[in-house]
Design a protein around this ligand. Structure first.
Ligand code: NDP
Length: 292
């Protein structure tokens, strides 16, 4: 079994971007600037945003976090978005989700300038993806496509099963993998909570992508020998014997499936680290839209 090491691949990608940024700076140009907007004090969101800021700075980007109170009104947040759209020193920005319940997330996403939408959630970017025009791909599906590419995993003509149809993982990935492109040309099936007899589908799949958010949903008896499993799930389970009292596991039972799989991602250290790396790649791309 070949372990798909997302941690190392993400580090490699960051090194590549860092090399490009240092070249740009040597030529007297400014570095790319990424802004993250964080509303409120959700612990998971704070952790993500802190990692994004730290890793962006480490590769030589300018990185700013706008920390806004969770009571901010939708109108004021829209004003902030408008300012970021007009601020020429900002190449790309993200509004960390989820937002507080009184704010309409879709309204905020729609207000982001698509050319600065480095999360790739704006319908303009999703539409560009659909017709295969250059744009920003959502970071997690983009990261999975990059792992497939860098590990030379054959997808052409393969049966791919994606479990989960969310707009940030499963649905865009199903489009990418069925398109005529590198990492694509697959016969893709998308499963979701209404899917019946999922085991019949998993047993037929050459490649399974789990993105549903249910700890150890996919078990060894559900997969065939030689399967490729890419696990995007991040689930916290109780672990009283650990210092933190919990540990993170994926949607697939790594311990047992890895004995049958040909390739598999671990959790943590698989898809997770790739997401931020691809966000940084999108930010460099946004910079190049303006600077070249
Ligand atoms: P959502 O909750 O938005 O979507 C979950 C999807 O899984 C839905 O389509 C749902 O179906 C489907 N689903 C739920 N239960 C079942 C089931 N029993 N059988 C089949 N399908 C099911 O989750 P996200 O897409 O946001 O996240 C999924 C997982 O990926 C989470 O663990 C999350 O933490 C992780 N994640 C990881 C990222 C990373 O950086 N690695 C980034 C984003 C997410 P239905 O549509 O019918 O409700």
């Amino acid at each position: 079994m070949i372990l798909i090491d997302g941690k190392q691949t993400a580090a490699d990608i960051r090194e590549e971007i860092k090399g490009e940024v240092s070249e740009l700076v040597k030529q007297g140009k400014r570095p790319p600037h990424l802004v993250a907007v964080l509303v409120g004090n959700d612990p998971a969101s704070m952790t993500y945003v802190n990692s994004k800021e730290r890793l962006a700075k480490k590769i030589g980007f300018d990185s700013t976090v706008l920390r806004l109170d969770e009571t901010i009104s939708e109108a004021d947040l829209l004003k902030t978005v408008d300012e970021l759209n007009r601020d020429e020193s900002v190449d790309g920005y993200i509004v960390q989700l989820p937002l507080p319940a009184h704010i309409d997330e879709q309204k905020i996403i729609m207000a982001i300038d698509p050319d600065k939408d480095v999360d790739g959630f704006h319908p303009v970017n999703l539409g560009k993806m659909l017709v295969q025009l250059p744009g920003f791909l959502p970071a997690t599906p983009y990261g999975i496509m990059e792992l497939i590419k860098r590990y030379n995993i054959e997808t052409s003509g393969k049966n791919v099963l994606i479990v989960g149809r969310s707009l940030i993982v499963g649905r865009p990935l199903s489009i990418l993998m069925s398109q005529k492109r590198e990492g694509g040309n697959a016969t893709v099936t998308v499963a979701h909570s209404r899917t019946k007899n999922i085991k019949e589908l998993t047993l037929k799949a050459d490649i399974i992508i789990t993105a549903l958010g249910k700890a150890h949903f996919l078990t060894a008896d559900m997969v065939k020998e030689g399967v490729v499993v890419i696990d995007a799930g991040i689930n916290s389970i109780d672990a009283p014997d650990t210092k933190r009292g919990y540990r993170l596991v994926g949607d697939a039972d790594f311990e047992n499936i890895s004995k049958k799989a040909s390739f598999m991602t671990p959790v943590p250290g698989g898809v997770g680290p790739m997401t931020i790396a691809m966000l940084l790649k999108n930010t460099l791309q946004a910079y190049k839209l303006v600077e070249s």
